[in-house]
Design a protein around this ligand. Structure first.
Ligand code: TXA
Ligand code: MG
Length: 347
């Protein structure tokens, strides 16, 4: 299959490209598009055959449900049942934005979209290209991250091309995303609501809005069965063996230098994930700055791209610093720990 790639500029959307993409979705095809979190791989969520194509293109296990993307609160009614009262408060505060909520599903949503579950995950993205596409595509677009299953989520159209060229109908290239980690997932079918995946909308932000919110234990600890089916797969995994080194900064730097030197001596290729504040202190290996500790959102936005760069460079070992778990830090550490298979060295 030939994959059409169209560049779309924010602020001056190319109507023809968006309409072409909408027509593909309406015919049951697959279109990758930018959102503020990561690129999504879209299909008509209410067309079971179309949604099923997503699983084939990504190589995704069929028990892993898809998120349905909408552009307005009114659209919830058709696809959900028994939506709890607090939903409106949360939606008023954080939709459109990097938050997904889970509700009981209505008959309108095929089981092919929800991985056989009676619940449906719904998100209202803020990205302008995403919103235009959802509207022309019929209003209900199922979209997982647009990566091959198991690879880091795509934060640029180039990442989607790498993984899915020839397997999908079209890619809308809207440039790099602004957040870089997938949406927070909040299960609204339980009381109090439970975070199944941390993201840019934090527990504190949700609690400020509706009071108590819990967090699925599997988010922090390894070996717990997560409630979001997709969280059980070894995700975001780079090809290299990734270890996180945590502790006091000067000790972390010495330890990473020591480990890197050992591996380089043994003839291996080593990658190091440091920050603007620390990179000058590393003495060997392929050293990359992920962002600045003064603003953790800069770290979030580069994490997946750096893992992909190390894959492309074919490094054998990656050593990463550890990050604070305040704010978006909990999402950063959740993804980094999964990428490392929870391999942490404490100094
Ligand atoms: O930011 C995002 O959420 C991106 C963009 C494209 O919107 N999408 C995304 O989709 O990350 P995906 O498929 O890569 O991750 C969806 C996660 C999976 O872990 C899946 O198991 C979980 O959401 N999920 C979906 N529906 C669910 C449901 N009904 N119950 C529990 N977990 C659900
Ligand atoms: Mg994903």
């Amino acid at each position: 299959m030939e994959t059409i790639i169209k560049r779309v500029k924010k602020g001056q959307l190319d109507k023809d490209s968006i309409e072409m993409a909408g027509a593909i979705l309406k015919k049951g095809g697959l279109v990758a598009f930018p959102t503020e979190t990561v690129y999504g791989l879209g299909a008509d969520a209410l067309n079971e055959k179309a949604a099923e194509k997503i699983y084939a293109a990504k190589g995704r296990p069929s028990d892993n449900p898809l998120i349905v993307h909408i552009t307005n609160l009114g659209a919830l009614e058709k696809i959900t049942k028994n939506v709890p009262e607090e939903t409106k408060k949360i939606a008023d505060a954080y939709w459109p934005g990097p938050l997904t909520m889970i509700f009981e599903k209505s008959e309108a949503v095929p089981y092919g979209t929800t991985g056989g579950l009676d619940t449906v995950a719904v998100r209202m993205p803020s990205d302008e290209v995403a919103r235009a596409l959802i509207d022309v595509g019929g209003g209900y677009i199922a979209a997982p991250s647009a990566n091959t299953s198991g690879r880091p989520s795509p934060t640029m159209a180039e990442h989607v091309e790498e993984d899915l060229t020839g397997r999908i109908d079209m890619i809308l290239d809207g440039g790099p995303v602004s957040i870089g980690l997938e949406s927070t997932i909040l299960d609204m079918t339980v009381t109090p609501p439970m975070i199944l995946r941390p993201g840019a909308i934090t527990k504190e932000m949700l609690e400020a809005c509706i009071g108590e919110v819990t967090v699925d234990k599997a988010v922090i600890k390894p070996n717990q069965r997560p409630k979001a089916p997709g969280m059980k797969y070894r995700h975001y995994a780079p090809k290299a063996d990734l270890s996180i080194v945590e502790g006091e900064m000067s000790k972390v730097i010495s330890k990473i230098n020591e480990l890197a030197a050992e591996q380089v001596k043994a003839g291996h290729k080593v990658g190091i994930i440091g920050t603007k504040e620390s990179v000058a202190n590393y003495i060997c290996g392929d050293v990359k700055s992920i962002g600045t500790r003064e603003d953790e959102s800069t770290i979030a936005v580069h994490l997946f791209a750096i893992l992909r760069e190390f894959d492309a460079d074919q490094v054998d070992y990656i050593y990463s610093e550890s990050f604070d778990t305040e704010g978006i830090g909990s999402a950063i550490m959740n993804r980094l720990l999964k990428a490392a298979g929870h391999h942490v060295i404490t100094v």
